[in-house]
Design a protein around this ligand. Structure first.
Ligand code: BES
Ligand code: ZN
Length: 884
């Protein structure tokens, strides 16, 4: 809600009171003027860690005013004038640190119409990874920007809201030996003004939001390519550009794909991508100048695993998708952030799904949907569309709901209206709002219109309501020639606390697949709390109510349907459908509707699962059961069960995966997913089942490779290193630290750095914890590094003590984008009341901005775990006993 500026009835004292009592309202700019164009000139002094800015903003004033309010933070204003030519007046500047605004006031009111603001100012190249900041490279420092969400105001005074789109012309004065990258191509490069400097002028950008401005200065080297006539470069610190080949090839393929998918071809003239040593997010979609964390972009193309290639391609595809969804058409306000992030997350798998079917991306999508559904099963979730005002609230929205629920809902609608019709709708939406802004409503109205289907009824129930529906499928009945079923829907909650006053209802597009006639799949909309429908011709024994696994809902089947379906899981269900079936079953266990024994019976049948992603889901939950639902009395038997389930898989894959862990040429031809499958199997055998063979072989292979012998197979390296660390000694710890220090690729370095959180020996754990505060662990990695300890049952309590003891040193690192939430979420591995209460009490007095939601989710998850342990430990031991 915005404050109105003339409210005479309230009187001035009350207005003042209101202003002070509601500081969040003051976070929005008052609608006084609209920017049209920015001229931005910077003199960048990397050595002195500062910059000088000269800025002209051409604005349009709506009504006569003597006051303009814009955003600014940590900016030292030198001189401000407003108005053109002789009419220019000096402005007085009043800063509001909390609201991050500068109010410019002139003596004589400015008339409605155009005006120019001229500002001379100075700023710091900070070390906080936001605004215009310093990053520490291997040999020297660099200056780069990261302006989303609300940090353009730290680089230049601006109307720093996404709806204030304008054009930007950037000029950078930099050291003679350096180059610069920005949104436009270089239009001139002249020596001076000082002898040691040159001045680079970039082409004016198209109309865009201020958070998309980008600048980078340093001695970057680039590899160059092109697609459809658009030049593409990937740039790095000196000596690393050869690691940019995978990214360059991906970008070329992706741009070609997008130019076919969208009716608007890539509109920004050139595309630069830059690997930045210190980068708070994984990557940032600045218009035509995308910035990445080094380890998200660079890898050795001779050795990179499929997982690494997938990650690079997905990251590049995500940021490139934003060039349309985000940069060309931008959400009106951050409350519709999903129009950016949900769409880019949906689109990021599209290009590679088309060209690399063997990557099984549909399985990754189904797993990503389940991550969102898991979070959405908590009381402490939030709707996709959530009102936000402050920078901390805006940052907190960059979460699994916005990204993965957003993507899942888009996928569901695409499936429901059909891919071709959806694409027409997407293009109509982009055409209608190009170089402008849009809302959720704009989107669903367009898709409803182009598809002729009630998308405008369906989408609001998923965008504006929190939570996920569960569809209950009744026993099937058959009369005459048709099978019927009754579908019930309600909100699915892990910790159900009784019925609420008004139960939400969704308009659920559901696609059904019926037993025996496997190709008979039909879609319908479940629009009522209860609905009886014909589901198949003839009498069928089972139906699967989420065909294609594209629906954002859970399903609970009548037991007789599950029994009839069970023998057909492998041949009648696709890999993503298998992910959905077993994921829903596990959720029903966590909600105490089914027992862990039901889950284990189903899981035991996945021993022959051929797709790595599906099996990885199953073994992940076996790991959970192993840790939380077994006791000293039952653990060995559970481990024996996991061995009996997976040893045959390992034998089938061939023992070479064990004995020949070190990349023998014979295995090069192995199908990629077979190797990924072997990694999952080895991981589960080594970390859950305590398989002596696997543990010994892993350590031996790692020792050989660290000693300069054959390198680990990249597909298996993650599993091998983790298993070895879990069982490792101090000698291994030191060897991994040394290997991290001399690693030549960012992926190799992070593999070794993060492995040090996995040891079980308390002395090693303490050494590894101390490393958190050293320069071995970069600020941007700290939260993820800490999360590694919380994942490790032996290290968990020590890590929590460490956090509390060293909070004053850790806290600044937790203010980096997402770090506080990542740390808070990783605490959900605790499963006892004492830890829960201690966590709550600690964060009550040690507040981090924007983590309230994450903290509530963690508390709720811990409570669920406590409850589950209480109720499901016995069913697990009974199930194990019954197998003997
Ligand atoms: N727009 C975001 C980056 C971002 C997020 C900047 C929050 C500022 C605040 C970018 O498109 C993004 O989503 N990056 C992801 C990686 C991506 C491959 C999913 C990230 O940083 O995690
Ligand atoms: Zn994004």
């Amino acid at each position: 809600m915005k404050l109105r500026w003339r409210v005479p009835a309230l009187g001035i004292p009350l207005l003042l009171l209101l202003l002070f009592a509601t500081p969040v309202c003051a976070q929005r700019l008052p609608p006084i003027a609209t920017p049209e164009h920015y001229d931005l000139a910077f003199v960048v002094d990397i050595g002195g860690k500062r910059f000088e800015g000269t800025e002209s903003i051409r604005i349009r004033i709506d009504q006569p005013t003597s006051r303009i309010v814009l955003n600014a933070a940590e900016i030292d204003f030198k001189e401000v004038t407003i108005g053109a030519g002789t009419a220019a007046q000096r402005a007085n500047v009043v800063l509001d640190k909390t609201a991050e605004t500068a109010t410019l006031t002139v003596a004589n009111a400015l008339p409605a119409g155009p005006a120019d603001i001229h500002i001379r100012y100075a700023g710091v190249l900070n070390d906080k990874l936001r605004g215009f900041y310093i990053t520490r490279g291997d040999k020297r420092n660099y200056a780069v920007t990261q302006l989303e969400s609300t940090d353009a105001r730290r680089a230049f005074p601006s109307f720093d809201e996404p709806a204030y789109k304008a054009t930007f012309a950037v000029t950078l004065t930099i050291d003679r030996g350096d180059v610069a990258i920005s949104n436009g191509r270089v239009v001139s490069d002249t020596p001076g003004p000082d002898p040691g400097q040159h001045t680079v002028k970039f082409a004016t950008s198209p109309k865009m939001s201020p958070y998309l401005v980008a600048m980078a200065v340093g001695d970057f080297e680039c590899v160059e390519g092109a697609a459809d006539g658009t030049p593409i470069r990937v740039c790095t610190q000196p000596g690393k550009k050869e690691l940019a080949r995978i990214a360059l090839e991906s970008a070329q393929e992706i741009l070609t794909f997008y130019n076919r998918y969208y009716t608007i071809k890539y509109p920004f003239g050139k595309l630069d991508m830059l690997a930045v040593p210190d980068f708070a997010a994984g990557a940032m979609e600045n218009t035509a100048a995308i910035f990445y964390r080094e380890d998200g972009l660079l890898a050795d193309s001779a050795t990179a695993s499929v997982a690494t290639r997938k990650d690079i391609a997905a990251t590049v595809a995500h940021e490139m998708a934003h060039q349309w969804f985000g940069n060309l058409v931008t959400m009106q306000w951050w409350d519709d952030l999903w129009l950016n992030e949900g769409f880019a997350s949906w689109m990021e798998t599209r290009p590679m799904a088309a060209s690399r079917p063997e990557w099984n991306l549909a399985v990754d999508e189904a797993r990503a949907s389940h991550r969102a559904i898991d979070l959405d099963s908590l009381q402490s979730t939030h709707p996709i569309h959530t009102p936000v005002q402050t920078p901390a609230e805006i940052d907190a929205l960059f979460d699994t709901i916005t990204y993965q629920k957003g993507a899942a809902v888009v996928r569901m609608i695409e499936h429901y209206v059909g891919a071709a019709s959806f694409r027409d709708g997407v293009n109509a939406y982009l055409q209608a709002h190009a170089y402008g802004n849009a809302t959720s409503e704009d989107f669903w109205k367009t898709i409803a219109k182009t598809s002729g289907k009630p998308v405008d009824q369906i989408l609001p129930t998923f965008i504006n309501q929190p939570g996920v529906p569960i569809i209950d499928v009744s026993p099937l009945t058959c009369s005459g020639a048709t099978t019927r079923a009754t579908f019930g829907q309600e909100r699915f909650l892990l910790n159900a606390t009784g019925a609420r006053a008004t139960a939400p209802v969704w308009q659920v597009p559901a696609c059904l697949k019926a037993g025996t006639a496997a190709d008979s799949s039909a879609c319908l909309v479940i629009s009522e709390p209860r609905l009886t429908l014909d589901v198949a011709q003839g009498c069928v024994p089972w139906i699967f109510a989420n065909a294609g696994a594209e629906g954002y809902y859970r399903t609970a089947y009548a037991p007789e349907i599950l029994r009839a379906l069970a023998p057909h899981v492998e041949d009648a269900l696709s890999a993503p459908e298998r992910v959905t079936l077993i994921g829903d079953e596990w959720a029903l266990v966590r909600a105490n509707r089914h027992t862990a024994a039901d889950y284990l019976t189903l899981a035991a049948g996945y021993g022959r699962e051929p797709v790595s992603g599906v099996l990885g889901d199953v073994t992940g939950r076996l790991g959970f059961i192993h840790e939380y639902l077994t006791t000293d009395a039952t653990r060995a038997r559970f481990e024996a069960f996991v061995r009996s389930m997976l040893r045959p898989a390992l034998d089938r894959l061939g023992l070479t995966f064990l004995t020949g862990l070190t990349g023998s040429p014979g295995r090069r031809g192995d199908n990629d997913d077979r190797r990924a499958l072997a990694a999952v199997v080895i991981d589960a055998l080594g970390t859950i089942a305590d398989d002596g063979d696997v543990v010994r072989q892993s350590r031996a292979a790692l020792d050989r490779s660290l000693a300069g012998g054959p390198a680990l197979d990249p597909a298996l390296a993650g599993s091998v290193v983790q298993i070895a660390a879990q069982h490792g000694d101090e000698r291994l710890y030191d060897a991994l630290a040394a290997a991290a220090a001399r690693a030549t690729s960012p992926g190799e370095r992070s593999l070794y750095v993060f492995a040090s959180t996995g040891f079980r020996d308390p002395r090693i754990i303490d050494r590894a914890l101390q490393r958190t505060l050293s320069s071995d662990v970069r600020t941007q990695e700290t939260a993820r590094y800490m999360a590694g300890f919380f994942d490790n049952p032996v290290a968990r309590p020590r890590a929590w003590s460490f956090v509390k003891t060293y909070w004053s040193a850790l806290e600044p690192k937790m203010r980096i984008f997402n770090a506080g939430a990542t740390l808070t979420r990783s605490l959900d591995a605790f499963c006892d009341a004492a830890a829960r209460d201690d966590i709550r009490a600690f964060f009550d007095t040690h507040r981090l901005p924007g983590v309230t939601g994450a903290l509530n989710q963690t508390i709720e998850r811990i409570n669920n775990c406590i409850d589950l342990r209480e109720k499901q430990t016995k069913p697990v031991s009974d199930w194990l006993a019954s197998r003997r």
